[in-house]
Design a protein around this ligand. Structure first.
Ligand SMILES: [Mg+2]
Length: 219
């Protein structure tokens, strides 16, 4: 490898567990619907979610004067989440920052939602805001080269590393652009299933049990 390395991360289920965002959003929604019984309402919502029910439609039916599915969806997407980086993720990001390895994020999602997560997780301590690339803002998903090329133009002659979790979309373009790709194994809390696609192009080059595994590949 060349000496200069750039590490770009996926956000959801890579730097934190997306299910924690869901818990945070559901709590805020439960409090907004029934502030005195929010805990039992939250329990009911989680039960519906685990069964695969349409939680927001059910709430609209149960509380027709308080909630509509679109208003709940909007609250879900725009609320300021209570989420934190794991100690392991913090350790890895601090280590990379100390080594002066530039870092970025490529994430598919809505601008307001992903920016709120970036702020809540304190990621600005490690990753400059201009290196936060969100699909809604560029109009391109991870299945297109555009967002990866932003980094290749910004950091020419670097070795590029992408760390993600979802073999359906995280690695295929990065592989084709000759980035080194790392997949974080699902510890059982991921929102999206990690069933491995048959097509080898879609698989990460390496699987890691934990994000700290990335540090072993840098020397
Ligand atoms: Mg992800």
């Amino acid at each position: 490898m060349r000496n200069n390395k750039l590490i770009v991360f996926d956000l959801d289920d890579t730097l934190y567990n997306e299910v924690d965002f869901l818990y945070s959003a559901y709590e805020e929604i439960a409090k907004s619907i029934d502030v005195s019984h929010w805990e039992s309402l939250l329990g009911m919502m989680l039960e519906m979610w685990r069964k695969g029910d349409d939680v927001f439609l059910n709430l609209e039916n149960l509380y027709p004067h308080v909630a509509t599915k679109p208003s709940l969806l909007s609250m879900y997407r725009s609320h300021k989440p209570t989420i934190v980086l794991s100690e392991t993720a913090k350790m890895v990001l601090s280590d990379l920052r100390q080594r002066e390895i530039p870092m970025g994020i490529i994430t598919d999602g809505r601008s307001v939602t992903q920016r709120n997560k970036y702020l809540a997780l304190g990621l600005y301590e490690y990753i400059p805001e201009h290196n936060l690339i969100i699909s809604e803002e560029t109009g391109r998903s991870k299945l297109e080269p555009f967002n990866f090329l932003i980094f290749m133009n910004r950091y020419p002659t670097f070795d590029y590393i992408y760390v993600g979790d979802n073999p359906c979309k995280d690695f295929v373009v990065a592989n084709r652009l000759e980035w080194k790709t790392f997949g974080l194994k699902d510890t059982g809390r991921n929102i999206h299933s990690q069933a491995e696609p048959v097509d080898v192009d879609f698989r990460p080059r390496y699987w890691l049990d934990s994000i700290e595994g990335i540090l072993g590949y840098l020397d």
